[in-house]
Structures are given as structure tokens and as C-alpha cells.
Design a protein. Structure first.
Length: 207
């Protein structure tokens, strides 16, 4: 039977990779609950968690994390209810018709399908506040653009392969842009700089 593993990364980090499908947000909660005093940060990814330390992790620290990775998944029923975010979207993106052609749907059907799903924040990456949202309908999983745009405006709602999400700030980007929102996804001056966090739920609402 496959087992979870803990992989050294550099001199002061460990990568936790559970075996088989497992909720990374649930695993993150378990890791945070057992967080030792020398842990600097825990960074969730699509199928792993990076734990960084104040120096080389000890064998005891590695063994503790390995026990967590190999233990049965935490019971999500015991966790606090996830935050639910409603994100209003004006579906007028330049790639909306391209997505519709790829899916074999009308534009209105693409919008309805994109809004019909409750997405979960899998992890934050690419840039501060950029939440990768899982749960995109297979029919809408359109490949990224062959040539990324040099600049995507903040608030742009995009689709890239199996993911959907909102660009929090202006940057280059290769996702298919289907709409835009006025919500601010990242505010460094706020008590919660990143609007969306791992494990949160997101519903897009056509405005």
C-alpha cells in the first residue's frame, strides 16, 4: 500500500506528500495543530505542503511530520466551517468565446456552468493572493494560451487547465480570461491581506 512521504528540501525545509487523494487543507490543519516552535512557515501546494524551519530539521521533527502524513485523514466534520465567498463577475472577458467554442457550448451556458460550481481554494501561488480554485467542470478545462499576455489586469477571472481563479494584481498571464470582478483579492494593509485562504469556498455570481 502506498504511504505518505517526507522529502528534505534544501537545508531547512521538508516537503510533505500524502499518499493518494487527501484533502490538503485538512492535512494543513493537522500540521498546524502540531506546529513546533522552530517552524517558520507552512505553504500548501496542489498535492503537498512545504514546512520551513529556523535551521535544519531534527530527526524528531521529521518523524513527527511523517506520523501526521501517514495518519488517517482528519475528520472534516470536526473542523470549523469554511469561509464562503461570493464573487460578483462581469462575464465579458476576451477569451469567453474561445472557451465556449472549446467546450461546444453557447457563451451563456459557459457562464451558467462557471457559476454553478462551489469551488475550493486549493492553495495560494504564482503571486500574493492568487488562489488556485479546484472543482472546475471538466467541460470548461481549457488549455492555457499558447502565448501568455504581457499584462493581465487585476480582478480578471481566468481559466487555466483544471483551475480557475482571479488575478489579484496586474501581471503577465496565460489563462483564458472570461470576466472580471471589482473585489480586491490582495491588500497588504489589511489584517487578512489575502481575501481567499486554503480551504475556503468560492461561488462566482454573474453581475
Amino acid at each position: 500500500m502506498a504511504r505518505g512521504i517526507v522529502i528534505p528540501v534544501g537545508e531547512a525545509a521538508l516537503l510533505l506528500r500524502p499518499a493518494g487523494p487527501r484533502s490538503i487543507p485538512a492535512l494543513l490543519r493537522a500540521v498546524e495543530a502540531a506546529r513546533g516552535p522552530r517552524v517558520l512557515d507552512t505553504v500548501p501546494g496542489a498535492d503537498s505542503i512545504l514546512v520551513t524551519f529556523e535551521g535544519p530539521p531534527s530527526e524528531a521533527e521529521r518523524a513527527r511530520l511523517l506520523r501526521i502524513v501517514e495518519s488517517p485523514p482528519p475528520n472534516d466534520d470536526d473542523a470549523s466551517p469554511p469561509l464562503v465567498h461570493r464573487v460578483p463577475v462581469a462575464y465579458d472577458g476576451p477569451d469567453l468565446e474561445r472557451v465556449a467554442r472549446h467546450a461546444g457550448l453557447r457563451v451563456r451556458e459557459v457562464i451558467d456552468l462557471h457559476c454553478a460550481t462551489e469551488y475550493r481554494v486549493a492553495f495560494i501561488g504564482f503571486q500574493p493572493g492568487f488562489a488556485y480554485l479546484s472543482g472546475l467542470a471538466p467541460r470548461l478545462q481549457v488549455p492555457r494560451l499558447g502565448t501568455p499576455r504581457a499584462r493581465v489586469l487585476p480582478g480578471s477571472v481566468g481559466i487555466g487547465g483544471e483551475w480557475t481563479g482571479v488575478y489579484p494584481s496586474a501581471s503577465p498571464g496565460g489563462w483564458n480570461l472570461v470576466g472580471r470582478t471589482d473585489l480586491r483579492m490582495f491588500d497588504p494593509a489589511s489584517d487578512r491581506p489575502t481575501r481567499l485562504g486554503p480551504g475556503d469556498l468560492v461561488r462566482f455570481v454573474s453581475s
